[in-house]
Design a protein around this ligand. Structure first.
Ligand code: NAD
Length: 325
């Protein structure tokens, strides 16, 4: 579920739709109608925005249409006449290729009209986000990076958190539409700052989940009950989101994924991806980080060894298995 500790993801997005002011709403091309982009498009349509959706996978297009999202026959058709081009892709490579075009196809930057707002909500490298913004601005457009946390549940409920890197005036321009899809919208700074906030947060989250899991396994070895450790640490200096919301053992927090055999939640594959992005940022900035790179290594192994589709708190089962009887 959340890759940033957000409040609970309950509550429909209807509020945002109901408060829609009388001003003209932007025409939005939404490309990448996957797990996240699909429901985000649905919420924009419900709030009265004109949306043209597109995805390279026909099944994603079909699913979007079934949920009431108008779709276009091509990326170029989707962005024609759009005020905002929102992308929700798997990686930075997808974003840069789509912006610039590949295999002889024109890119989004040349297909869009002048001064279009390029709003990328994918989770990508900070350097890639800055490069995407540079390319967009060079092509006569505006650019924003706005990665999200809150997972599919948050995308469906319209309760995502947006971390935004943008010029102040561009941030203000997109804030109303982000508030349709999310509950918290944070302006983190200039281009790339949204991605920077996201990788920094997820570095904390990855490291702290491993620490909490190691502490529970150590507690088991020392004869402590899970509840006793939870009661102490949750009210002491060990308190953190990994413990009090996403507790890796069943029992103390009944809503945590550990109580449903580690069904995500926030999948191990996504934690591994986000920690790789953090690692790239650590390496490119020369930060003397040790825990972040180690957490990245640990979650890569977890994802490769069967944890990709499990909640990332399932790391505790790996630690326990490797700890012997
Ligand atoms: P996804 O794979 O379900 O969706 C991505 C979609 O983009 C796919 O349908 C793919 O076909 C489409 N696509 C790729 N290239 C395209 C192109 N050139 N034109 C049109 N469509 C294209 O992924 P997702 O789970 O929706 O995640 C999207 C992004 O959001 C990722 O960067 C991910 O890290 C981030 N994110 C995901 C979650 C989550 O819980 N799933 C949470 C927070 C952030």
């Amino acid at each position: 579920m959340p890759d940033v500790a957000t409040p609970d993801a309950s509550g429909p997005s209807g509020d945002a739709a109901a408060t829609g002011p009388a001003e003209k709403k932007e025409h939005i091309a939404l490309l990448g109608l996957g797990h996240m982009g699909g429901p985000m498009a649905v919420n924009l349509v419900k709030a009265g925005y004109t949306v043209a959706g597109f995805d390279v996978v026909p099944a994603a297009l079909e699913a979007a249409r079934e949920h009431g999202v108008p779709t276009a026959g091509s990326a170029a058709e989707a962005v024609a006449g759009a005020d905002v081009v929102l992308t929700m892709f798997p990686s930075g490579r997808h974003v840069l290729d789509a912006y610039q075009g590949e295999e002889g196809r024109a890119g989004l930057l040349s297909a869009a009209g002048p001064d279009t707002m390029f709003l990328d909500c994918s989770t990508i490298n900070v350097d890639e986000a800055r490069e995407a913004a540079r390319l967009a601005i060079e092509a006569g457009h505006r650019a924003i990076d706005a990665p999200v946390s809150g997972g599919v549940v948050g995308a469906e409920a319209g309760t995502l958190t947006f971390m935004v890197g943008a010029l102040p005036e561009d941030f203000e321009a997109v804030r109303p539409m982000l508030e349709v899809m999310g509950r918290r919208v944070v302006h983190c700074g200039q281009h790339g700052a949204g991605q920077a906030a996201k990788v920094c947060n997820n570095l904390i989250l990855g490291v702290s989940m491993i620490a909490v899991s190691e502490a529970f396994v150590l507690g088991e070895k020392l004869g402590l009950t899970h509840q006793a450790l939870f009661d102490v640490a949750s009210a002491a200096s060990g308190q953190c989101w990994a413990l009090t919301t996403n507790c890796p053992v069943p029992g103390p927090v009944p809503t945590s994924p550990a109580n449903r055999d580690y069904q995500p939640g926030f999948a191990g594959a996504l934690m591994a991806k986000d920690l790789r992005l953090a690692l790239n940022a650590v390496q490119s900035t020369g930060v003397a980080a040790r825990m972040g790179p180690l957490a990245s290594e640990i979650y890569d192994a977890f994802a490769a060894e069967g944890g990709a589709g499990r909640d990332f708190s399932g790391i505790i089962t790996d630690i326990r298995d490797k700890s012997g009887q």
